[in-house]
Design a protein around this ligand. Sequence first.
Ligand SMILES: [Zn+2]
Length: 341
Amino acid sequence: MPAPNKRPQLEDSESNRLLALEFGLEDASEQSGDCPIFPGLSDYVQLVGGATLTAAETLKTGFAEVAIAWDGGRCAWILITSHCTTARKSKASGFCYVADCTLALLSLKRPTPDIPKPRIMYIDLDLHFSDGVSESFHSPNSTGSSQILTFSIHHTSPGFFPVSPLAALPTPSSGSFDPFTLSIPLQQGASSATFPRIYSLLNRAREIFNPDYVVLQCGVDSLAGDPYAVFNWNIGGEGSMGWYVDKIVNEWPGRKLLLGGGGYNSPNAARAWAYFTSIATGSPLDLDTEIPDHSAFPQYAPSFTLDVQAGFMQDTNTPEYLQSIEDAYVDILAALKFRLS
Ligand SMILES: [Zn+2]
């Protein structure tokens, strides 16, 4: 975080405007791009980054077993770190102005009296590939084990943001393969029919890696009703996003950090994160719970309840496609196990 007296005054001058552009920020008046400058931007960056780091700190000190920062989960922002093996600049990207996921991982990685060499598993459920986080820790030439494993479940197709070779299914024979940088790309319409099979692979990776901390990025642009309209995930029942949260938070050992992420249907984002909070605190709400009266109440029409149900989009992840992912993960998880042995 910059000291207050060193904050760039991004709105003030042409030179600062050019500086902002260099860091991936766009002029709001141009009405284009994902990362316009807005008043209070530097405060926003410090609040989001500070909230996620504070949540991570409560886990490190043992104050909490589960910590939540729903405003965090900004996984596309590229941060220059000593781990970064690419030549990308430090820049805002994809609605992300601060690399709070990466900052949390770097913080959790540091030794504490009770965990001298922590292992952290980062799981990203956002519709988009977690390029900022995965690329920060991608280390294809390393031969040892890593303290950080990133696992992104997302959609990718030609031209779909973000474009990254790491968004594809990993190939152990490739020179860029790193068993600590894992991805599962899913096709249009991914739903609760598809996600249980993906969970089995995720859980297997967790069993092999045996993390002390799990950071779960819950981007909800993968839910039905999001303007992206690519996945058709729901929040309740077997195979749902809530089912993932329940299994990871309540069945897996270790301390958990829950972060938000994408999600552009605001009422559904509020529904999902409220429901996941109730799961994480051990008091899951009924999905028929009525939305309480408040100023945004009309936006919850027509159901006015907590649930986010799947729509009618076809799930194009065929049994053959899912089988090809499972087949690939036999070698991927064997490579992970070998590197940890
Ligand atoms: Zn997203």
